[in-house]
Design a protein around this ligand. Sequence first.
Ligand code: MOS
Length: 754
Amino acid sequence: MPEAILDTAASQPASAAQSVIGKPTPRIDGPLKTTGTAQYAADYHFPGLVYAWPVASTIGSGEILAIDAAKAQKMPGVLLVLHHGNIASLYHVGPGSYSGRAGESRPLFADNIVRYYGQYVAMVVAETLEQAQAAAAAVHVSYQAQTPNVSTELNDPQTEELPLHTESKRGNVETAFASAPVQIDATYVTPTVTHNPMEMHGTVAVWDGHRFTLYESSQGVVNHLNVMAEMLGVPRENIQVISRFMGSGFGGKLFPWPHSLMAAIASRQLVRPVKVYVPRDLMFTAVGHRPETQQRIRIGAQKDGKLVSLHQDYRNHTSLGDDFRENCGEATPFLYSTPNLLVTSALVRRNVGAPTPMRGPGAVPGLFAVESAMDELAVQLGMDPVELRLKNDTLIDESTGKPFSSRHYKECLQVGAEHFGWSRRTAAVGSMKQGDLILGWGVAGASWGAFRGGAQAQVSLHDDGSVRASCATQDVGTGTYTIFAQVLNDKTGLPLNRIQVVLGDSSLIPGPTSGGSVVTATITPAIADGAEKAMRAMLELASSTPGSPFHGKPVSSLAFTDGMVHIHTQPAGSGQPFQQLLRLANVEAVHGAGQSDPLYALPQARKYSTHSFGVHFAEVTWDPGIARLRVSRIVSVIDAGRILNPKAGANQIMGAAVMGIGMALFESTQYEPNNAHPINNNFADYIVTTAADSPSIEVHFLDYPDYAMGEYGARGIGEIGLAGVAPAITSAIHHATGVRVRRLPARIEDLLKS
Ligand code: MOS
């Protein structure tokens, strides 16, 4: 089947040569998705393709005593049954490796130890999916089972605990807290939550006898390649990873998971293309999750609300095989001014699959705790929670002593309060009504780091009049294709229907992983640089080509405007379209190799602390008669630098608000204590926010360019939207009901205590 490469020509009207940077620009890949033309990983099909299906452990801890595959092996269509007893060896990713990180570090089927429920213990490959599933069900595994530990009590003294780790420290929190006139000391718990992107994980592996092509749903095709090369023991140049389109990832697709190895080894052994997809129930075991966190927050304050100490001790669970720290102190050290601060962390092991980053890792659960505690402080002080935050604002990152490159947290609070109508709020619990309903209004702050890595991008101008940019990064579904095209449009003046963007292929020039909201700030300077170099190469060609009207003219006298090469003192219309000059020279394309440097290498950035900020206001309605709580309104104000695409940007913030409602009210992965089975591993029992649960969501961007980040002044926007939504909602719940929810999600049983 021919591959759908992004071709925007069919779908976009020719626009006037006017920059679309900063304009609400529809996704250039939208029509391919809405028409079903875009191919996702599991959509790839090849002649001779066969299917692998896993056998997943039904115990949460113990040993495999025996695997009896005799019956399965004789079933129709079965080609291969693999397990720890007969698999050819796979490797660990070695230290000092070429930036490879696997989601689960243990190679597939490495031993007979079962460390979590759902761990793959065998796999069956068959001619059809149904044959593979039937045979997998016929593989008999006998176990020596032990009682797993999936306790949600993270202070359990029985548990192996990794040493306490100090993450940030200034002053002396103990003495400051002890003498503070106002004290808050509370513990907050966020549960295990599971990434549930619409597109589940899947791999189609094609081994041709020499090299692998892997069709993946991956947030990092380059990292995926590096890991697979190491774990499979093949040279990097013998693997190509393709991930053209994604139905989202939320962090769950940052690193390769064992099913990818399953497809690859089966393909290599059978020399046939092999497809594996991860069904929804196994999305809850071997492809990561956000771990449970437990956070004790102590705040000391003066009577006027000024903070004197902030102390966060958190712990999170991790798996038996991997040390995953949830980084709940991501935002704590600098969000508010306080002379005394301490953030510590500890890990405790549980019989669960490896945790992995989920949207706003660390900051999201961390801000649930810190911002909830701030609300408790406001209540105790009898102070407005917006006022309390304004009072403790700072323009200096007190953890480093550096000023923020661009922080407008105060303005977020003020603009949000204005749009929300906060001045009409009356503070007393249950004091606001809407008909028979009680209204609750809450607010919480948001923060997420602003990152920029080094990157390269290739830009070329072609003799058909198009411009093309390519890079081995990928579009999680957030709008990366469109941002590429917007920058090319801005630099070359060519309309979107003459712009081609190619990404999602590890054979392109290496690009960034789509994680940490880094891609926009990382890649836009490289595309801009590549476009400038390609246009410069075009002018050089125009000057050096015999027969060109510009032959012999100094390059410095020429300009490239809206696709025309012209004398820079004369209007663009007096020149020649660049494609005509390419044809004259018999050159198919001129190229520009774009580069951008990481933030730490930029002198203008090193002086600053770079972060994005935001504030969410939430309204809930509470009907005590039938114990019914709804989130009825969210207003978000986001300070994320210059917004390159307000449409795609607002989509991210709205989607995050919806996810935040899930975090506050619904989502929690429940492990059965006897066998560690995540029993709500389906969409009937694992509740996510639906359209019916989604309120009116209003998004405002402050849109201050942050030039420490580069010429476009843009910071990332994928993750910050989720930070702060849950504590805004639980603060609103407190305002409506008087119930303080310190353990997510808020449940009806909690609210009935009101
Ligand atoms: Mo994000 S959790 O780095 O995909």
